[in-house]
Design a protein around this ligand. Structure first.
Ligand code: ZN
Length: 472
C-alpha cells in the first residue's frame, strides 16, 4: 500500500517536472576540447536522469559480484545443516522403530553434517544401545554430563542403564544428582522415591514423597496410604538409630494421617507401652479395640499389666471385652487370659461363643489346649487338632500383590518388595488349586500335597499361633 502510494507520488513528481520544463523552455550549451554541444534543458535533464540510473545499476551489479563467494558458502552451509537435521530426525525415527543399523548410520551422518555434539550425542547413545553396545552408550551419556544443556539427559540415560543392570547403589547416586538438577520433575521424584524405598532409606524418602504429592506425581488415597507406610518406616528407622522420641512422633503422624490404618495404630500403642505411657496407651487401645480388634492389640494389652497374677489379667480382659462385646476376637482374647488363669469353664464358654458354627483353626487349637489341660482328654485333643487342619486358616499379614503371608507387619512385602501391600486377613486357601490347569490335576498328586503343606505352613506363621505357644 505504502509502496503504491510512493510510486504514484514519484510518477506525479516526474510528470510535474516534465510539464514544468515544457512550460519553461531553455537551452544549454557545453564546450570541451574543441567540441561544442547545444541542446534543450529538457533533453539534458533526461540524459542526467538516465546516467544516474545506469550508475545505480552498475553499482548493484558490482556489489553482487563482490558478495557472491560469501553467499555461496552461506547457502552451502544452510543446505548442510538442513541435511544434518533431516538425518537427526530420521535417526530418531529409526530409534523409535528399533532399526539399529539405520539409527547408527543416521547418527554418524548427523554428527558429520551438524558437527554439534550436544544435538547428536543422544541419538548416538540411543543407537549404540539399540546395537547392544552398552559401553559405547555409557561413554556418550558420560560425555553428555560435561555440558550443562545435556547433563540431565545424560544422567537419565546412565540412571536407566544402572537400573537395567540392577546396580541399585549407582542408580540411587544418579537419581540424587538428577534430583539436584531438576527437583520438580515428576519422573525424577518417583524414581528417586522408589530407589530410596527399595533400600529402606525411609527418612530420606519422606521429603521426596511429599514433593511428589505436591507436584501431582502421586495423588489421592494411594498417596496418603504410602505416606502413612513411609512414616512407619521412618519410625522403625529412628528406633533402630536409638532416637525413640522421633520414632514416637513418626508413628503418631502416621496414625493421625490414617486413623483406620491398623499398623500405624499398633505401632503408636506399642511405642507408648514401651515408653511407660500406660494411661494414654490404654485409652488408644480401648479405642482401637472398639473399631478393629486384633491379636497384636491383645498381646500389647497383656504386656501393660505389671502384676503376674493371671486372675488380675483375666479381669483386665473382661474390661477389654466390654469395648467390643460382640466381636469373636474379644472372646478369644478373654478365653486366652482365662486359660492362663485356669478358669476352664469360662474359657470354654467364651471359646464356644467365638467359634460360632465354623470355628477357625486358631479356636480349634485353643479348644485342643483346653481339653488337654482341663481333662487330659487326648481323644478330644486329636479331634480338635484334626478340625484345625481343615478349618478356615488363621488371618495373617497377607501381601495383596503376591499373596505371601507374614507374621509381622513390615512396610514392604518380604517376597515381592511391594510397598504398603500387607493387610490383615485370612490367606486364600484355594489359590494354588484354582490356578492349576484342570487337565493336569486328575487327582491329588504329590505336588498338590506339597502345595497344601506350604499353604498350611504359611498360614501357621501368625501372631495368633505365637500367642498359643506363649501359653503352653
Ligand atoms: Zn508381595
Amino acid at each position: 500500500m505504502i509502496r503504491t502510494l510512493l510510486f504514484i507520488a514519484g510518477v506525479g513528481l516526474l510528470v510535474a517536472g516534465a510539464v514544468w520544463l515544457a512550460e519553461h523552455p531553455g537551452r544549454a550549451g557545453l564546450e570541451w576540447q574543441g567540441w561544442r554541444i547545444d541542446t534543450s534543458v529538457a533533453f539534458l535533464a533526461l540524459c542526467v536522469a538516465l546516467g544516474a540510473a545506469l550508475i545505480a545499476v552498475l553499482y548493484r551489479f558490482w556489489h553482487a559480484l563482490l558478495g557472491a563467494p560469501g553467499s555461496f558458502i552461506a547457502n552451502r552451509r544452510q543446505a548442510r545443516r538442513e541435511r544434518g537435521y533431516r538425518a537427526l530426525t530420521q535417526g530418531m525415527v529409526a530409534v523409535a522403530a528399533g532399526d539399529a543399523d539405520e539409527a547408527q548410520r543416521q547418527a554418524r551422518r548427523a554428527d558429520s553434517l551438524l558437527g554439534d555434539p550436544p544435538l547428536t550425542m543422544l541419538l548416538s547413545a540411543q543407537s549404540a544401545q539399540l546395537n547392544g553396545d552398552e559401553a559405547a552408550a555409557r561413554s556418550y551419556f558420560t560425555a553428555m554430563l560435561e555440558r550443562q544443556e545435556t547433563a540431565f539427559l545424560g544422567l537419565r540415560g546412565l540412571l536407566m542403564q544402572a537400573q537395567r543392570e540392577g546396580n541399585e547403589a549407582e542408580a540411587l547416586r544418579l537419581a540424587r544428582r538428577a534430583y539436584e538438577l531438576r527437583p520438580r520433575t515428576p519422573w525424577v521424584l518417583t524414581t528417586l522415591f522408589d530407589l530410596q524405598v527399595r533400600q529402606e532409606r525411609w527418612r530420606e524418602s519422606l521429603p521426596v514423597l511429599e514433593e511428589a504429592v505436591r507436584r501431582g506425581a502421586m495423588a489421592g488415597e494411594e498417596a496418603r496410604r504410602r505416606r502413612a507406610v513411609v512414616l512407619l518406616g521412618c519410625s522403625m528407622e529412628a528406633e533402630e538409630a536409638g532416637d525413640r522420641a522421633s520414632a514416637v512422633t513418626y508413628a503418631k503422624r502416621a496414625s493421625s494421617l490414617l486413623p483406620d490404618f491398623l499398623p500405624a495404630t499398633l505401632r503408636h500403642i506399642q511405642l507408648a507401652v514401651e515408653g511407660g505411657r500406660k494411661r494414654p496407651a490404654a485409652r488408644m487401645l480401648h479405642n482401637a479395640w472398639s473399631r478393629t480388634p486384633h491379636p497384636e492389640l491383645a498381646r500389647l494389652y497383656a504386656a501393660m499389666e505389671d502384676s503376674d497374677d493371671p486372675l488380675k489379667k483375666a479381669r483386665r480382659f473382661e474390661r477389654l471385652l466390654s469395648h467390643n462385646p460382640d466381636h469373636p476376637e474379644s472372646h478369644v482374647a478373654l478365653a486366652e487370659a482365662l486359660l492362663e488363669a485356669r478358669i476352664w469353664g469360662a474359657a470354654r464358654s467364651h471359646l464356644e461363643t467365638a467359634a460360632g458354627k465354623a470355628p477357625s483353626a486358631r479356636i480349634c487349637r485353643l479348644m485342643a489346649e483346653l481339653e488337654e489341660r482341663e481333662n487330659g482328654d487326648m481323644a478330644a485333643v486329636r479331634k480338635w487338632l484334626l478340625r484345625a487342619a481343615g478349618a478356615e486358616p488363621d488371618s495373617a499379614w497377607i501381601c495383596s500383590a503376591c499373596g505371601a503371608a507374614s507374621a509381622a507387619w513390615t512396610p514392604r512385602c518380604a517376597r515381592c518388595h511391594a510397598l504398603g501391600t500387607l493387610e490383615w486377613r485370612a490367606p486364600d486357601r484355594a489359590r494354588g488349586l484354582v490356578l492349576r490347569p484342570v487337565a493336569s490335576a486328575p487327582a491329588l498328586s504329590a505336588a498338590d500335597a506339597d502345595d497344601v503343606t506350604e499353604d498350611g505352613e504359611a498360614a501357621s506363621e501368625t501372631p495368633g499361633d505365637g500367642a498359643v505357644r506363649q501359653h503352653p
